[in-house]
Write a protein that binds this ligand. Structure first.
Ligand code: NAD
Length: 417
């Protein structure tokens, strides 16, 4: 796996690349490179043996010019203040690129959740929710799931917030279970936007995704759904991996059967009829489409030189370092950037929030149709921006669109004396 590039520095470089194509005020650009505020705090909670443990937790509110802060909460040992700041910035640009009325936020706790029991995780999550209570709210900041969190944690946060506020406010958090105010289609939404982005990219390149060979790195929520939906489009998934390693079968395999194997055994490794590959081998396999769906910095400059895929669709946030991005642009590899490709999650989170506010649920069909419209429109806008500006790649084109929208909202709000 790649290098230790600081993701916050990567974000700032991406903004600088796009700013070179924009006539924006320097002061406003500085504002767009830094979060508005960051909460960094201790969470002290009781373990099952009665002892106390203290861990570090963060919430970054990056930019609220276009609406409430919005973004997930991650439980991972690698969580740092800078990682959370970067992820909150990517959320602000992601919401702007798909034109949904949110700013960006992100949170995290630096733990390995597999070290804790369910009751310990519940006490820890409720403790985080209590710390977040003054900052979050349906119109202020709306968290969601991210790596190693899901419906269970979202339900706990909603319940803690509603109990402390003595109210009903399901829209304070998204990614909830259906019976707790969640939306149809939310679990599949990120993978769905990855598959739609892949389809649009192949179309743009005058190529057919049917028959394209595909490798997917990371086989959690985003990666496994993307693989299944790309398979539905006729793509041929030939390799997948997770943190334990990868499997490869040049004849292709059924991504849903691999997921069932992972659910049963805890890993894709050992799937019948497939050879083992390391994660680095998977990233450089001779395939048409590569989908990095694990964590940041999966592909660094060195690995980028060996990537054989013609198209990369970023399911993960920040999977390519800026140097890798440059190498891939020079080599004419088409990269559909994370802020569009994985925006399905936040888009259906937005639909969930709309349904919560309306107290009216949509059908899964309506959710998927609206999502497709949002992603296809955003892709078309990206291509227009790519053609209108002399940018190096689709990522810079995306940032040009996103930054323009945020700067416009800031300018139109006018100045306070
Ligand atoms: P997840 O926890 O469900 O899955 C992560 C997967 O990556 C797991 O299979 C894990 O084993 C694998 N992994 C971890 N480290 C790895 C490594 N070094 N090499 C290979 N595989 C590794 O998480 P997720 O929700 O699928 O998120 C994955 C990425 O997608 C993250 O970057 C996240 O920010 C991004 N994302 C997720 C959503 C969402 O709605 N789930 C939305 C937008 C972006």
């Amino acid at each position: 796996m790649g290098d230790q590039t600081n993701p916050f520095e990567s974000l700032r470089e991406q903004i600088d690349d796009a700013a070179a194509h924009l006539d924006a005020d320097e002061g406003v650009l500085t504002r767009l490179k830094n979060p508005e505020r960051v909460l960094e705090t201790n969470l002290t909670f009781e373990l099952d043996d009665g002892s106390l443990e203290t861990v570090r937790a963060y919430r970054s509110q990056f930019n609220g010019d276009r609406g409430p802060y919005k973004g997930g909460i991650r439980y991972h040992p690698g969580v740092t203040r800078d990682e959370v700041k970067a992820l909150s910035g990517w959320m602000a640009y992601k919401c702007a690129v798909v034109d949904i009325p949110y700013g960006g936020g992100k949170g995290g706790i630096a733990i390995d959740p597999s070290d804790y029991s369910e009751s310990e995780l519940e006490r820890l999550t409720r403790s985080f929710a209590a710390e977040l209570r003054p900052l979050i709210g349906e119109d202020r900041d709306i968290p969601a799931p991210d790596v190693n969190t899901g419906q269970r944690e979202m339900n706990w946060i909603k319940d803690t917030y509603e109990t402390l506020e003595n109210t009903t406010a399901p829209g304070v958090i998204t990614g909830k279970a259906l019976d707790s105010g969640g939306s149809e289609g939310r679990v599949e939404a990120t993978g769905r936007s990855v598959a739609l982005s892949a389809r649009e990219a192949f179309d743009w390149l005058d190529r057919d995704i049917a028959g394209a060979t595909v490798a997917v790195q990371g086989y959690g929520n985003a990666g496994s759904v993307a693989a299944a939906l790309i398979d539905d489009l006729g793509g041929d998934v030939v390799a997948v991996s997770d943190s334990s390693g990868g499997v490869h079968n040049p004849d292709g395999f059924d991504p849903r059967a691999v997921k069932a194997h992972k659910n049963e055994t805890g890993s894709v490794v050992g799937y019948d009829g497939a050879a083992s590959v390391t994660n680095d081998e998977l990233l450089t396999l001779d395939v048409d489409l590569l989908v990095p769906a694990a964590l940041e910095n999966a592909v660094d400059e060195t690995l980028a030189r060996d990537v054989s895929a013609d198209v990369i669709v970023e399911a993960a946030n920040g999977p390519l370092t800026p140097d890798a991005d440059d190498v891939l642009a020079e080599r004419d590899v088409t990269v559909v950037p994370d802020i569009l490709a994985n925006a399905g999650g936040v888009t259906v989170s937005y639909f969930e929030w709309v349904q919560n506010r309306q107290r009216f649920g949509w059908t899964e069909e309506r959710v998927n149709e609206e999502l497709e419209r949002v992603i296809v429109d955003a892709f078309d806008r990206l291509v227009e921006s790519h053609e209108a500006n002399d940018v190096k790649n689709l990522r810079t084109a995306a940032y040009v669109v996103a930054i323009s929208r945020i700067v416009n909202a800031y300018d139109q709000a006018g100045n306070w004396p």
